[in-house]
Design a protein around this ligand. Structure first.
Ligand code: SF4
Length: 448
């Protein structure tokens, strides 16, 4: 078994994800027979090149695995190898094949572009398309379109999430490639509405959906909230005026997204997003469905991390205070920093308690916090947690662990969830089980 294996998000993006059922089958096979095939590593760099799913499963279940190192002279050579390997998987849809060819095209360097002259760039692009066309036995025009298609799928994944882009590539929707390109170029809020309709009716055509909806955009440059995409009924929006985080949680999906699409997860302030509460139209139905007016603040950061300058926090709170029609949900792993804040009435203030050692800090801080709603988020619940008292809280959320680059999905034990439920009931908290919490009691009567 190798030492520290590194997962490169760019390489990982070239691995076509398994459907959940396929992943489960692979997991069962490895648990039964062990991990036979070696993981392929880039020699001398310990970067994983092939075997990402097997690696996740072995990590999760603490199983042994073999590794095989291969020589590569450059990143481009690794990309070529991964794409060829994926194309050899068989049973791929046309969209998956086009996506992989397109990724090769987008990674491939353009020769003759050193001086940046545009005519040389065009010649370089044509040469690149011709070279790949010959290799794959298609026309240069096809390669060019594949490159555009791969960029469009990546843009949709960045805005909507991996589950939806996986379905596009698996051709579970009636979306020809031209429609995928059109969808990718739409403003994010329009994209999200279209995806919601498609999820409810997979055979619907884009042109028909476009006729159904018309999204008012107050200003082309105005920032707006993003719609959440994974059935988070309690907060249908996210708002990220601050991004990046230094807590280093191994299960962090925000870091995966940031590394893949922005190249880093360093904390940064995005002041242009402070106007989003003003520019986002309140959806109809918000008076009946509280989730429609609730915004998860900084889903891609910890706004209250010790490293965050106070001015960033003040600016975000001010913007929230000035938009009383919305509820703003603030969540941190650093609850002591919530204490001295004069919370606006429309703030829901919470802290994550995923393991027992966070309980004491949470209780100490929340005894001193005055907010309209005070909540605990036990997501992902990683072990049994017991509070001295929950009476200082109003609400508790419990969730499982979703799949990320470093770890597979994980369900807490039912006894841990039951214990939280009992504690919450004792103190009259409202309880919310997230859709990714699927564990349930599995008891049997005594056998005769
Ligand atoms: S606190 Fe949240 S954003 Fe920060 S590393 Fe942990 S999971 Fe990621």
């Amino acid at each position: 078994m190798a030492g520290m294996i590194k997962v490169d998000p760019e390489f990982q993006s070239l691995i076509l994800p398994l459907a959940d059922i396929e992943f489960k089958q692979l997991e069962e096979k490895i648990l039964r027979d062990g991990c036979g095939d070696p993981l392929i590593l880039w020699k001398g760099k310990d970067i994983l090149v092939d075997g990402h799913d097997r690696y996740l499963i072995c990590q999760e279940h603490k199983l042994c695995y073999k590794t095989l190192e291969r020589e590569f002279s450059s990143k481009e050579e690794v990309v070529d190898w991964i794409v060829d390997n994926q194309l050899g998987r068989g049973n791929l849809t046309d969209s998956q094949v086009a996506y992989l060819r397109g990724k090769r095209c987008n990674f491939e360097k353009i020769s003759g572009d050193r001086d940046g002259k545009s005519n040389r760039k065009i010649i370089g692009l044509k040469l690149k398309h011709a070279k790949l066309a010959e290799e794959f036995g298609v026309s240069p025009e096809t390669i060019k379109k594949d490159g555009q298609f791969a960029k469009a799928v990546d843009a949709i994944e960045r805005d909507i999430g991996p589950e939806f882009s996986r379905k596009i590539l698996a051709e579970e929707f009636k979306l020809p490639k031209s429609d995928v390109l059109r969808l990718a170029n739409k403003p994010i809020n329009e994209k999200e509405r279209i995806v919601e309709i498609l999820k409810a009716n997979e055979s619907k055509r884009l042109a028909d959906i476009e006729k159904e909806i018309s999204v008012p955009i107050p200003n082309k440059h105005a920032s707006m909230f993003n719609r959440t995409n994974d059935n988070i009924e309690w907060a249908r929006w996210t708002w990220n005026p601050v991004v990046g985080c230094k807590h280093g949680c191994p299960y962090c999906y925000a870091r995966d997204i940031a590394n893949r699409f922005y190249g880093n997860f360093e904390p940064a302030f995005k002041p242009e997003r402070l106007l989003a509460p003003k520019f986002t139209p309140m959806p109809s139905g918000a008076s009946e469905d509280i989730g429609l007016k609730t915004v998860f603040v900084c889903s891609m950061a910890d706004l209250f991390g010790d490293w965050v300058p106070q001015e960033w926090i003040d600016a975000v709170l001010e913007s929230a205070r000035n938009s009383p029609k919305w509820n703003f949900l603030f969540l941190t792993k650093n609850p002591k920093r919530l204490i001295d804040i004069d919370w606006p009435k429309n703030a829901w203030v919470g802290t994550t308690v995923d393991v027992q050692r966070r309980v004491k800090a949470a209780e100490e801080a929340f005894r001193q916090i005055d907010a309209t709603v005070r909540f605990i988020s036990c997501e992902p619940l990683q072990e049994k947690v017991e509070f001295d008292s929950m009476k200082i809280f109003d609400w508790i959320i419990v969730g499982g662990r979703s799949r990320c680059a470093n770890l597979p999905e994980f369900q807490p034990k039912w006894e841990w969830v039951e214990s939280i439920l009992n504690q919450a009931r004792e103190y009259g908290l409202k309880v919310y089980f997230k859709p990714n919490l699927t564990v349930r009691p599995r008891e049997y009567p005594k056998d005769r």
